[in-house]
Design a binder for this molecule. Structure first.
Ligand SMILES: NC(=O)c1ccc[n+]([C@@H]2O[C@H](COP(=O)([O-])OP(=O)(O)OC[C@H]3O[C@@H](n4cnc5c(N)ncnc54)[C@H](OP(=O)(O)O)[C@@H]3O)[C@@H](O)[C@H]2O)c1
Length: 343
């Protein structure tokens, strides 16, 4: 298929090569890059120049899947940033985006509580609007196809199979290559998979947020890939978060409240100790641990900082042996997290 980007006239560096994994048939690097952090007002301030640099650093360091959403930043900010940063490099990466948050005028928002620090959110998953969402995302991303397209959250007011059916039509029309689901239950995955094969499910999953065992079993049974979001525990698992500042969504997350954060940092000291013993960083251990949970897991860590991005993606090469994995399992099983179960 053709695409609307023009080839860059300047020579681009050859990207590093990471091991690959399959998300329901979509071959991507074992670790991807999550771009949410690049829109202002999520993890505090960030400017577009820094954002574009971070995206290019992710591709240079071997990420071949970039994750975004029509809901990150105002008016499709995150997708537009990616469109600009990837000019001339579109074919090097798969773009995964999500829909249902950026509603055109006249489309009614359907609010629902998430339990997350993001508070009450509102989406519209009416199948009649889905093609319009995709066309807006394609314009922002400066491309003519989306590799992996997810409803960001199921709309509680619309039968989920109908929203999913609208994505199946986009696949038929060639605008989308693979169907993804985000923030669904195992039963919703099964129902959606009966409408159209699902390539990947995106869930919050990390060393401090266990995945629903029923979801893991269902995804394995159906051959669906797993994309853990906030795989670094929104930064916590890097061991570098002592406090959170203004304009940072984590200010609303009980796990990051000052007293809880201190307690959680103390309790994760043994995990950081294992990273030190292995000569890797806590961030690399957190990502390598996820990669060792299942061969179809592709975490999508986010960062604004090229040095962190390189460090994170290098974790795709880290091997953890059975003894280390068993020790981690025991420690994580005994470590209670303060501040509830959600970010
Ligand atoms: N489907 C959903 O509902 C949903 C929800 C949330 C997120 N997501 C996806 O998941 C992606 C990742 O999640 P996330 O960004 O929330 O959390 P994350 O990847 O767990 O953590 C990001 C945070 O970690 C810090 N960080 C990253 N690498 C680091 C390193 N090596 N050393 C020190 N600090 C480091 C970043 O700060 P610096 O910028 O300073 O490095 C940033 O504050 C998002 O971009 C988005 O695509 C999806």
């Amino acid at each position: 298929m053709t695409h609307t980007n023009t080839q860059s006239s300047t020579a681009e560096p050859s990207p590093s090569v990471l091991p690959t994994r399959s998300l329901g048939g979509l071959e991507v690097s074992a670790l991807g890059y999550g771009a949410m952090v690049l829109s202002p007002g999520v993890y505090g301030e960030v400017d577009d120049e820094r954002g574009e640099r971070a995206l290019r650093a992710a591709v240079d360091a071997g990420a071949t899947i970039i994750d975004t959403s029509d809901g990150y930043g105002a008016d499709g900010h995150n997708e537009r940033l990616i469109g600009r940063a990837l000019r001339g490099r579109r074919e090097q990466v798969a773009i995964a985006t999500k829909f249902g948050f950026r509603l055109p005028e006249g489309v009614e928002p359907h609010p629902f509580p998430t339990g997350y620090a993001f508070g009450e959110l509102a989406v519209n998953g009416d199948p009649r609007h889905v093609r319009g969402y995709a066309e807006a995302s394609l314009r922002g991303l400066e491309t003519d196809y989306i590799d992996l397209y997810y409803p960001h959250f199921p709309d509680p007011q619309v039968p989920f199979e109908e929203t999913v059916g609208a994505v199946a039509e986009l696949i038929e029309a060639g605008l989308v290559r693979h169907l993804g689901l985000s923030n669904v239950t195992a039963d919703q995955l099964r129902a959606a998979h009966a409408v159209h094969p699902v390539a990947a499910v995106q869930i919050e999953w990390s060393m401090w947020k266990p995945a629903d065992p029923q979801m893991l079993a269902t995804a394995r049974e159906l051959g669906v890939g797993l994309v853990p979001w906030s795989p670094l525990g929104a930064g916590f698992l890097t061991g570098t978060v002592g406090q959170v500042g203004e304009g940072d969504f984590r200010q609303n997350a009980p796990r990051f409240d000052a007293a809880n954060l201190k307690a959680n940092n103390d309790r994760f000291a043994p995990v950081r100790g294992i990273a030190q013993e292995l000569g890797i960083t806590p961030a690399q251990l957190a990502l390598a641990w996820l990669l060792h949970q299942d061969p179809h897991v592709v975490p999508i860590p986010g960062s604004r900082t090229p040095k962190h991005i390189e460090e994170n993606l290098a974790a795709a090469h880290v091997k953890l042996d059975a003894e280390v994995l068993a020790r981690l399992e025991r420690i994580l099983g005994e470590t209670e997290v303060e501040g509830g179960t959600l970010l």
